[in-house]
Design a protein around this ligand. Structure first.
Ligand SMILES: [Zn+2]
Length: 264
């Protein structure tokens, strides 16, 4: 009997997490469009970028509306980028992942929002080479709050993680400036490092930095060799950081254990 109750409670949690995550994703799409364009995120209400018609409430249901309208505006028929659907789906899946890891707890809420922010930041940086403070600073404060009320990790570990993230990216920025006379990293990366550490502590921040650098090399070296990019072209680091942070989030402990077991 208790087992059935447990299963039901978990099923409810995952369904709620999926709905909440998809709704967050829908808000994320608004941020992805408006923050880089310096537009207000509340006014005007969502509208079609082609014909300007307001999106009706019943056409604004995450995932379902996109499928129902087959990715087109109801008024002018302009096609809507599949990115909207993908961000909503991915956000839903990430929040379900947080729910699987943290169950019915405040941790699920805080980490779900953290994973969502990683996704939004990755898309904005990929499209605009920008990791906006408008997201990383509030999210760092939310992370601090989560640790302070005991929902995520002990406050000391959160602050140590934030410190490591901040120092690493500060050091890279400074080194890039003095050694290569160019901006290797920017303020956006620095606050991103601080934010990631605030949610995950020191070890996983180190895992994130290591994986992100590895990913960056794996992706950018072939692009350079194939002359698809010049070495002076900026390559957004945010998507690598976000992907690495997601991997570190779900598999960081396993990776650290396996790495340590290589030597002991
Ligand atoms: Zn339209």
């Amino acid at each position: 009997m208790t087992e059935t109750v447990c299963l039901l409670a978990n099923a409810c949690l995952y369904v709620l997490a999926l709905i909440f995550g998809a709704a967050l994703g829908s808000f994320g799409n608004v941020l992805i469009w408006r923050i880089p364009r310096d537009e207000s995120i509340v006014k005007p209400p969502s509208h079609c970028p082609k014909c300007g018609h307001r999106i009706r409430v019943y056409d604004n249901i995450p995932v379902l509306s996109y499928l129902w309208l087959r990715g087109r505006c109801r008024d002018c028929g302009a096609s809507i980028s599949p990115r909207y659907l993908l961000v909503e789906l991915a956000s839903g899946i990430l929040v379900v992942g947080a729910a699987i890891a943290y169950g019915w707890s405040l941790g699920t809420l805080f980490y779900g929002v953290f994973l969502w922010a990683l996704l939004v930041l990755a898309v904005i940086d990929f499209e605009h080479l920008l990791l906006p403070f408008a997201i990383t600073i509030p999210m760092s404060l939310v992370g601090f709050g989560g640790a302070a009320i005991g929902a995520t990790l002990p406050l000391g570990r959160a602050l140590a993680g934030a410190g490591i993230g901040l120092l690493f990216f500060l050091a890279v920025t400074y080194a890039g400036r003095s050694a290569f006379k160019r901006e290797a990293m920017g303020g956006g990366d620095i606050v991103f490092g601080l934010m990631g550490g605030m949610y995950r502590g020191m070890e996983k921040t180190v895992v994130m930095i290591f994986l992100a650098s590895l990913l960056g090399v794996i992706v950018s070296v072939p692009l350079l060799l194939l002359h698809r990019k010049k070495s002076s072209d900026p390559i957004p680091f945010g998507p690598f950081l976000s992907a690495a942070a997601v991997v570190a989030f779900f598999w960081g402990d396993t990776l650290v254990k396996q790495y340590v077991s290589l030597f002991w």
